[in-house]
Design a protein around this ligand. Structure first.
Ligand code: NAD
Ligand code: UPG
Length: 471
């Protein structure tokens, strides 16, 4: 079977870029990306796309209106398509059974039910969302119980591995594409149809075909292992700070072992993003459901270590600032969960700033990409700041790093934006404008600490022994 029309349900960080790249690489396939959120679709159809991702505009503007369409007409797009990606959100459940760890599959179920209700011809349905192992089975049961006569649905699992900030390069040149299918004649045919789409630009040897359950579990496993590396190096960063070992040197020395490898060993203030914590907790819940408490505890520790890393950094800041930050001006550089994205989901900056607010500091924040409205939304929390007005009492959003640092007692680097590096910012100018002693806390290991110390800064770096007094 050759796919001619694709529908993608969910125009978010994954559905948008992924299916825009399919349209770009396969001009003969018509791709329609649909969402219930009218504002999001309007933004996809405008000059101001709803998400920031380097290279995304070039891809969208090249194909939009030709073979790439964005719409809220979900039913029409479902009906027209031969193949449907389900790329809706699967957040951690907040209430009810499994609250705090299980994935909320309500959006997946409602998209699946919609497909069953409106489809008048057979479809390949592709799970693109990250889901617990065996979700495809539930989707199949729903589809088969609700569809019209003489219609069949073949379900594939095709998890997405793109990282935000590098989504377009990841999609153009993926390490691998993973496609899981039921090992039946029809399942394998559907799998082949999706393989043919990706091999328009991905070398066949990078396309991995597996059974459905391996594919679903591999996505959770990959994220758990990536996050585990970060928690491992962050755990070592605490030992480095206590002993005088340097975490960058330790990461380099370990990473030179080809069995370990150099990537994903950058110590930090803690990992953020919408996926790592959610997907590990999802794995934890799965293990608990299968009565594997030791397995669940093993993976949960990755998240516990991440929380500890954020707390540790806050404690270090407060204790260095003479055990109080009340009324002190703290300049926070960065609010996004990593550089080159405007996404703030689970960003370490949110935890840090909430802690600073509770300590009655005056926070002055600058981030080059995050929308101001998003910052307020992220910081409103009962008991911390109940409303935007309450947040504004403690927080000023600035339009440059220099403005944020003016008269500050301390600068805290939370996101590793290139523009915060000492090769881009004039730190002498910042030092001159600050209260003295001028403290700087590098939560991302992006600054040249010896150089800043020579200027007069008191510098504290994650994973490095406190040399502020001696350097
Ligand atoms: N963000 C990432 O970098 C990333 C990477 C790989 C995998 N994933 C996974 O991909 C999935 C989507 O993540 P995201 O970041 O794109 O989420 P998102 O919240 O940005 O987008 C999901 C979209 O789906 C829409 N939606 C929900 N239910 C719908 C329905 N029934 N019909 C139509 N639209 C509906 C929402 O309005 C929203 O716009 C998640 O399972 C996530 O874990 C995310
Ligand atoms: O050595 C490192 C690498 C990353 N991070 C942090 O870890 C978080 C996640 O970073 P990254 O993985 O680059 O971004 P995501 O967009 O969250 O991508 C992850 O999550 C996606 C969603 O499932 C997967 O598709 C990707 O493969 C996986 O890398 C960010 O806060 C980073 O700053 C570190 O602290 N140290």
């Amino acid at each position: 079977m050759t796919v001619k029309k694709i529908c993608c349900i969910g125009a978010g960080y994954v559905g948008g870029p992924t299916c825009a790249v399919i349209a770009y690489k396969c001009p003969g396939i018509q791709v329609t990306i649909v969402d219930l959120n009218q504002a999001r679709i309007d933004a996809w159809n405008s000059d101001n796309l709803p998400i920031y991702e380097p290279g995304l505009e070039d891809v969208v503007f090249a194909r939009r209106g030709k073979n790439l369409f964005f719409s809220t007409d979900v039913d029409k797009a479902i009906n027209d398509a031969d193949l449907i990606f389900v790329s809706v959100n699967t957040p951690t459940k907040k209430t009810g059974m499994g609250a705090g760890s299980a994935a909320d599959l309500a959006y997946v179920e409602s998209a699946t039910r919609r497909i069953a209700e409106v489809a008048t011809s057979s479809k390949i349905v592709v799970e693109k969302s990250t889901v617990p192992c065996r979700t495809a089975q539930s989707m199949r049961t729903i589809l088969e119980a609700n569809c019209r006569e003489n219609i069949r649905f073949d379900i594939l699992s095709n998890p997405e591995f793109l990282a935000e900030g590098t989504a377009i390069t990841d999609l153009f040149n993926p390490d691998r594409v993973l496609i899981g299918a039921l090992q039946t004649e029809e399942g394998l045919k559907a799998q082949q149809a999706l393989v043919e789409i990706y091999t328009h630009w991905v070398p066949i040897e990078r396309v991995i075909t597996t059974n459905l359950w391996s594919s679903e579990l591999s996505k959770l496993a990959a994220n758990a292992m990536l996050a585990q590396r970060i928690s491992s190096i962050n755990a070592l960063s605490a030992i480095c700070e206590a002993t005088g070992a340097d975490v960058d040197e330790v990461a380099y020395a370990c990473g030179r072992d080809s069995r370990i490898g150099p990537k994903f060993l950058k110590a930090s203030v803690g990992f953020g993003g919408s996926c790592f914590q959610k997907d590990i907790l999802n794995l934890v819940y799965l293990a608990e459901q299968f009565h594997l408490p030791e397995v669940a505890a093993y993976w949960r520790q990755v998240v516990i270590m991440n929380e500890y890393q954020k707390e540790r950094f806050v404690h270090r800041i407060i204790s260095t600032l003479f055990n109080t930050i009340t009324n002190k001006k703290i300049a926070v550089l960065g609010f996004a969960f990593k550089k080159d994205t405007g996404d703030t989901r689970e960003s370490a900056a949110i935890t840090l700033i909430k802690d600073f607010i509770q300590e009655h500091a005056r926070v002055h924040l600058y981030d080059p990409k995050v929308e101001h409205a998003q910052i307020y939304m992220d910081l409103i929390e009962p008991g911390v700041a109940d409303s935007k007005a309450q947040v504004e009492k403690h927080l000023t959003i600035c339009s440059s790093a220099y403005e944020a640092c003016q008269d500050a007692d301390a600068v805290v680097v939370v996101t590793e934006w290139d523009e915060f590096k000492d090769t881009h910012l004039d730190y002498q100018k910042i030092y001159d404008s600050m209260h003295k002693p001028a403290f700087i806390f590098d939560g991302r290991l992006i600054l040249d600490a010896p150089k800043l110390r020579k200027m007069g800064f008191k510098v504290e770096v994650i994973g490095k022994h406190n040399l502020a007094g001696t350097a």
